[in-house]
Design a protein around this ligand. Structure first.
Ligand SMILES: *Cc1c(COP(=O)(O)O)cnc(C)c1O
Length: 414
């Protein structure tokens, strides 16, 4: 096995640092680091996008990922999720080539498993024994599961707004966990920045950890392999933006390698009540500031009033791909949960936000009849049962278990 990764490069000062040390942000200036690869060599060696074709997990694309020795890999079969074609909604909104990338079907129920399988494996390979992440809920569960499997010591701070189920799952898998209280997301950013500088504990927060989002490239490759081409538009629920940025990087790589000659338009989706990317996008800005109140949305996994380090990567992906940043209302999210359920998929509110945004984009003429459009379904509705109940309500009828009651029910129902 070969890896074509060369080093980490800083977004801000452009200096290079070694990939063989557990580094988080740039040791010179604190900027975000990005893995860079030798694409010329990759192009010479590449026969197909899949490097281990017999695998159905993210490790199928091992050549596109940072180096990890076989014995360090921690895997639960994450990745290889279905790309489900819409039967109803697409036709209804005039986007007949609408698909759902169903990452709710992951080992711990969210797309976070791609990132944690890679990041925990990579950390073990570098002989790191313990680490920390802050989480809106799903990252904590994923980190806890992969750490449990590999004997890694995980410490998680989970936002108090996360559902009780998400909090309990982190506990169930065995990580050390504390509930995190805060008024503004900025407090969390500052806390994380100081922890990086002063404590030296290896971190797994998206972007502060430069490895996690590399694994998100794999859903771009999976979609490409399944469709035989890249889609025209992708709708991503965005929290930190690790998913959107990773997928965008994946598509750019396919372009660099000559596999495709274009990338999809990237749509960043947030709840309207915390839509800092939409605010920046509408003003043509390349950096986003604080906006809104995360307590006002049910889309817990994408509720933040400001991004890490201005969210420059996310806005760059949106502008460079000719996409957009959109905000969706709470009503639109609940309606999209029902739309998605009619397709046979129960997503959590954050996932349904991508569907709500695709509906909005169709109304605005941003996508249409000819476009191949993919909504990323990032997490399962099972983890946020109260939101499922809000979207659908509980059954209205109750009957006693006797034949007459059943007969009356059947007669009323048909
Ligand atoms: C974490 C998460 C997101 C947001 O992902 P980012 O990579 O932080 O942008 C969206 N949906 C669900 C269900 C999540 O768990």
């Amino acid at each position: 096995m070969e890896s074509f990764a060369i080093s980490l490069v800083c977004d801000a000062c452009h200096r290079e640092v070694s990939l063989r040390e557990p580094i988080t942000t740039c040791p010179y200036c604190g900027g975000l680091l990005e893995v860079q690869y030798d694409y010329a060599a990759m192009k010479r060696h590449m026969k197909q996008v899949a490097s281990v074709p017999k695998l159905r997990s993210i490790w199928r694309y091992r050549d596109f990922l940072p180096p990890v020795a076989d014995e360090s890999i921690v895997t639960l079969g994450e990745g290889g999720t279905p790309l489900v074609r819409s039967q109803h909604l697409g036709k209804k909104i005039g986007v007949p080539h609408l698909y759902f990338k169903n990452d709710a079907m992951m080992p711990t129920g969210s797309f976070k498993d791609r990132g944690f399988s890679l990041a925990v494996s990579y950390a073990r390979d570098l002989k790191v024994k313990r680490g920390f992440t802050y989480s809106s809920g799903n990252a904590g569960a994923s980190f806890s599961a992969y750490s449990a499997r590999s004997g890694f010591q995980a410490l998680v701070c989970v936002e108090y707004v996360a559902s009780e189920t998400k909090k309990a799952m982190i506990n169930l898998y065995g990580a050390k966990v504390a509930v995190l209280e805060f008024d503004k997301f900025e407090e969390i950013s500052t806390m994380l920045e100081r922890a990086t500088k002063e404590l030296g504990l290896y971190q797994f927060v998206n972007f502060i950890n430069p490895i996690r989002h590399e694994a998100m490239k794999t859903y771009a490759y999976e979609i490409y392999e399944e469709l035989g081409s890249v889609p025209d538009a992708m709708f991503h629920p965005v929290g930190t933006g690790g998913g959107l940025w990773g997928a965008y990087k994946g598509y750019r790589e396919l372009e660099t390698l000559g596999v495709t000659d274009r990338v999809p338009r990237m749509f960043a989706v947030q709840p309207a009540v915390t839509a800092h990317f939409r605010e920046a996008f509408q003003k043509g800005l390349h950096e986003a500031g604080a906006y809104g109140d995360p307590k006002k949305t049910i889309a817990q996994s994408i509720a933040a009033d400001s991004p890490l380090q201005g969210g420059k990567r996310i806005l760059k992906a949106v502008y460079d791909s000719n996409g957009a940043a959109l905000g969706v209302s709470e009503e639109e999210i609940l309606e999209a949960m029902r739309d998605l359920a009619r397709e046979g998929i129960a997503g959590e509110p954050a996932s349904a936000a991508s569907v709500a945004a695709a509906k909005q984009a169709a109304r605005q003429g941003l996508i249409g009849e000819k476009d191949v459009v993919v909504c990323v379904i990032t997490g399962s509705g099972l983890k946020q049962p109260a939101a499922v109940e809000m979207a659908a309500g509980l059954p209205k009828e109750t009957i006693h278990a006797d034949f007459e009651s059943l007969k009356r029910l059947i007669e009323r129902s048909v």
